[in-house]
Design a protein around this ligand. Structure first.
Ligand code: F6R
Length: 364
């Protein structure tokens, strides 16, 4: 049941802290604080590169994974949505890593991309919630998220669980490749293990999130901006808003705004920025100044340090706990998804069963 929550989505949003904790517990040894992957039929240090593919929210998790694997593990990564990847037929040398991400493990395009990568002799590693799924059976190794059943059609806790697994995988690959030393590894693991408590604190910000929701519920179009590992969080926020509130939203890498979408901005198009003070904050700040100069209403998710610098610029700020840049995509996803939920409540839509959508897309 819904345990007293109004919708499964609300219940599942509140499960973020527990799900992140359980997922990390499965993959980080509590005593040695080392990443413990299941037995792999290949050596992590020998992987020359990775191809990541998935659909929808899972694809956005993959985008974060790309930033992490490139920047931290120094692993070359290619990524595309599965509906494109399955037909791209990229030239791949044997022995690379095919990394699939799927909550259901049944998504038709992702499954077809998996089979294509296997035919191209890639090692298949899947990040899945349903460990009895078709993708689980067809993978060399499965890394399970411990998200529990996700009933709401819009994905919530599966996304942060996917990110938690990808973060741990990044550390394991970085270590194997010699790109992450013991001190960096212990620091990153400590940041991850601290996340469930930080995630629980986010729920103290519901008033500011509801104030943002009031602004967005009036809009026809919304622009989400982010940079680096938080750009995919902007994509996730825009997708979730579209799915459940039926308000048109687009996400842009903040630096791309002036190459087109800035022409849309006026008072009727709110700008939602995912802007922790740790990631290219000054650059994002100047993008927001440009938007404000054109009449845009500025709504920002940031930390206390960022909030102090946005006092004159932002109309509403949601203050997110201060964390290391590495884990910001996991933490910032939570208030961004809650925002979509609050807007849907104001719009009175069928939150758990949005029109035209199915939980698992098993046709092409
Ligand atoms: C978004 C959403 C979809 C799924 C996508 C992939 O809220 O639910 O975009 O993320 O259909 O589904 P899985 O992860 O089951 O492959």
């Amino acid at each position: 049941g819904k345990d007293g929550y109004r919708h499964y989505m609300e219940k599942e949003l509140h499960e973020h802290p527990v799900v992140i904790g359980q997922t990390l517990q499965r993959i980080i040894d509590p005593v040695t604080r080392q990443i413990t992957l299941p037995d792999l039929p290949f050596a992590l240090e020998e992987i020359p590169r990775a191809v990541i593919t998935a659909c929808g929210s899972a694809f956005y998790a993959g985008l974060v994974g790309r930033y992490w694997l490139e920047a931290e593990a120094r692993l070359p990564v290619d990524i595309d949505v599965a509906s494109e990847m399955r037909y791209r037929n990229p030239p791949l040398s044997e022995g690379g890593l095919g990394l699939l991400i799927s909550q259901s493990g049944e998504t038709a395009d992702t499954l077809a991309a998996l089979r294509g990568l296997r035919a191209a002799k890639q090692h298949i590693l899947s990040v899945l919630n349903v460990e009895t799924s078709t993708m689980a059976r067809e993978s060399d190794v499965t890394l399970g998220m411990v998200a529990g059943p996700e009933i709401s059609v819009a994905s919530t806790k599966a996304f942060t669980a996917q990110l938690s697994v990808l973060a741990a995988l990044t550390i394991a690959i970085g270590q194997a490749r010699g790109a992450i030393g013991p001190a960096r590894q212990q620091h990153l693991i400590a940041c991850l293990l601290d996340l469930p408590s930080r995630a629980a604190e986010v729920f103290g910000q519901d008033e500011a999130i509801r104030a943002m929701a009031q602004v967005i519920a009036e809009a026809r179009d919304v622009l989400y901006l982010g940079r680096g590992i938080c750009f995919p969080v902007a994509l996730e926020g825009a997708l979730k808003l579209k799915e459940i509130s039926y308000i048109h939203a687009e996400a842009y890498a903040a630096g791309e705004m002036k190459h087109g979408p800035i022409s849309l901005i006026d008072r009727t198009v709110p700008i939602v920025a995912i802007a922790p003070s740790t990631i290219l904050f000054d650059k994002t700040l100047s993008n927001l100044q440009e938007a404000k100069a054109r009449g845009g209403r500025i709504l920002v998710f940031t930390d206390a340090k960022g909030a102090a610098r946005l006092r004159d610029l932002a109309e509403i700020v949601v203050v997110v706990p201060d964390v290391d840049a590495f884990v910001t995509p996991i933490l910032y996803t939570i208030p961004v998804q809650i925002l979509a939920y609050e807007v849907a409540l104001l719009k009175g839509t069928d939150v758990d069963q949005p029109r035209n959508l199915a939980k698992s897309v098993t046709v092409e």
